[in-house]
Design a binder for this molecule. Structure first.
Ligand code: PLP
Length: 428
């Protein structure tokens, strides 16, 4: 028996894990060129030639559209902004209901609220954690206008069934693909499966430019509405002669030329970075089979999962101790990742709280005067999405399989879990 690190024993791994750093010489060169040009952004917030931004922004959008095979790509300063643009472009109005996954980063559900829409949470699938088509159907009312699906952790949602439901009820599908660039559903890229798909380019994602986001769509009208919302729509629609004024209150959600130049280089690296993640996770899945209290998660048939995080399911009965203690013990065996030491060891018991349990939903307060919840019957009670709450109580997530780690590093990750399992008596 080895003494567990949490009990004062020696750690499996003392040295930091290699830095997760996907930015290199190519990005550096691209940034220097932009800075030397003196044009760090070229946008004008009025109906002029530069309404659509500068050469880097335009090139990024063209390259992104080609890569993912969509007619339009609209760059913005974050995926959150892309969600705002998408919901606004879709014409969501006060009191409209938007069906959303409760198991996602909070912005997926906040976007409808910005336009006075009401997030209606449907449950998730037990095995894949994406919106459950049956639960979506149960939540549809005459006020439902859209569905926001999320490819959570990089797993594509059930596009075939959800498209059928959307078509039947005339609903817009907005696909939050912040965690799934390069993921695929029956040969189609995730992010292109609905009416509008959004991507994130923030520092934690598969590829990034610091902060950034992109919305894609084959619908030219939706794309133009998103470009308007991105860049002061209200000052532009008059001169442009655009008269569908609903939601044409603009923001400034513009990406700079510097970020666009970085994002262009990052896109070239996407496939390699995604393949490396998949390879690393497959290596770990094989290894984890000798730990009976940890189950790996299936990939939907016909799909490519791109593992923003590597999800594992914890079997408390097989372990005989609580998940939180198990995870704490695993963490104690490992070391943080270089350059991100302050984040600690990224092995977590649970993901984001099921969103309807956040204070804004529990108290039904977003803006003043109860807006937009007032007068609306939507109920955000505990137990609303039982699968989601169950998954949240059993899941373990880690991201120690990101590009840059070696097989030896992955062996240490496995060894840490295995050591805790073998010596679990020390924790009882
Ligand atoms: C990261 C993330 C977002 C938000 O992305 P930002 O670019 O940081 O605004 C939205 N949805 C999901 C599922 C995410 O993981």
């Amino acid at each position: 028996m080895a003494e567990l690190a949490i009990k004062g024993g020696e750690k499996v791994r003392k040295d930091l894990f290699p830095a997760y750093k996907v930015i290199g010489k190519e990005e550096e060169k691209a940034v220097v060129e932009v800075i030397r040009s003196g044009i760090l952004s070229k946008y004008l917030g009025c109906w002029e030639a530069d309404f659509y931004g500068g050469s880097q922004v335009k090139a990024l959008e063209e390259e992104w559209a080609v890569y993912f095979g969509t007619r339009n790509a609209v760059s913005v300063n974050s995926a959150t902004s892309a969600l705002y643009c998408a919901v606004g472009a879709a014409g969501i109005q006060p009191g409209d209901e938007v069906i959303v996954s409760p198991y996602t980063m909070c912005a997926s559900a906040t976007a409808p609220i910005i336009y006075g829409g009401i997030p209606v949470f449907a449950d998730i699938e037990k095995e894949y954690f994406c919106l459950d088509p049956d639960s979506i159907e149960e939540r549809i009312t005459p006020r439902t206008k859209a569905i926001i699906v999320v490819n959570i952790f990089g797993q594509p949602h059930n596009a075939e069934r959800i498209r059928k439901i959307a078509k039947e009820h005339n609903l817009v599908i907005i696909e939050d693909n912040a965690q799934g660039p390069g993921a695929a559903y029956n040969g189609e890229y995730a992010g292109t499966l609905g009416d509008i798909g959004i991507f994130s380019l923030n520092y934690h994602k598969h590829i990034h430019c610091g902060e950034g986001g992109i919305a894609v769509t084959n619908d030219n009208e939706l794309a133009e509405r998103m470009r308007l919302i991105r860049n002061h729509a209200e000052a532009v629609v008059g001169d442009k002669g655009y008269d569908n004024l609903i939601n044409m209150v603009g923001f400034n959600l513009r990406m700079t030329e510097v970020e666009a130049a970085i994002a262009r280089e990052q896109l070239k690296k996407l496939k390699q970075l995604v393949d490396e993640r998949i390879n690393n996770v497959n290596y770990l899945i094989e290894k984890f089979q000798d730990i009976p209290c940890i189950k790996t998660v299936p990939v939907r048939t016909g799909c490519t999962h791109v593992y923003y995080m590597h999800p594992l399911m914890y079997d408390e009965k097989a372990a005989g101790i609580e998940r939180e203690l198990f995870v704490e013990a695993v963490r104690a065996e490992l070391a943080p990742t270089k350059l991100r030491e302050t984040e600690g060891v990224r092995v977590e018991a649970g993901y984001c709280t099921p969103l309807y349990l956040l204070p804004i939903y529990q108290k039904r307060i977003a803006f003043g005067g109860g807006y937009p919840f007032v007068g609306h019957a939507t109920n955000y009670v505990k137990g609303l999405c039982p699968n989601c709450e169950d998954v949240q109580n059993k899941i373990i997530l880690h991201d120690l399989m990101r590009p840059g780690v070696t097989y030896e590093d992955l062996d240490d990750v496995h060894r840490a879990f295995r050591k805790v399992y073998e010596n679990i008596e020390e924790l009882r």
